[in-house]
Design a protein around this ligand. Structure first.
Ligand SMILES: [Fe+2]
Length: 167
């Protein structure tokens, strides 16, 4: 049928991107939703850690992390919708694993390792994203995570006995 000539243009553009090493749309969408679920988990862990924080500094840091994670949830949801996808409503399994850790300092170290995982995933994804607007948002998210990881690592160094949570 004559309509067959129309769609290959679209798919052709994506095929060119994939040939050049950029991720196909489905792969980007899956990665963004995985990050969204991880950030939602991070936000809930941070919020759940305010109550048993060991100091005012710790509580303030958890509130900051919670606000940042919520901000990245909103950004990821917005980008997923802009790219024609549906944002996941799930919360990552990380939340349950983290909240099962009773010691607030050990939980913070675990949270920081989770944040380092997010940084690695972002770096991998950014290498494969061609879209400038998405790339810029992912870079902001990565840089913000690095700042929070450093703050938590400094706090953990001063508040042992757990080793530095940064990876
Ligand atoms: Fe995060």
């Amino acid at each position: 049928m004559s309509g067959d000539r129309a769609s290959p243009v679209c798919y052709g553009a994506e095929a060119d991107d994939v040939y050049m090493g950029y991720a196909p749309r489905d792969e980007i969408m899956a990665a963004l939703n995985e990050l969204l679920e991880a950030e939602r988990a991070g936000a809930r862990v941070a919020l759940g850690s305010v109550g048993d924080a060991v100091s005012a500094d710790h509580a303030a840091m958890m509130r900051t992390v919670r606000a940042d994670e919520a901000r990245w949830c909103a950004m990821l949801s917005r980008q997923i919708r802009r790219l024609g996808g549906t944002p996941s409503r799930k919360c990552g399994a990380f939340r349950g694993k983290a909240m099962a850790i009773a010691d607030p300092i050990e939980r913070l170290a675990f949270l920081n390792r989770g944040q380092a995982w997010v940084v690695r995933r972002l770096a991998e994804l950014m290498r494969r994203v061609r879209d400038d607007a998405l790339h810029a948002d992912l870079r902001d998210m990565l840089e913000s995570h690095k700042v929070n990881i450093d703050s938590a690592a400094t706090f953990l160094d001063a508040n042992g006995p757990s080793p530095n949570g940064a990876v």
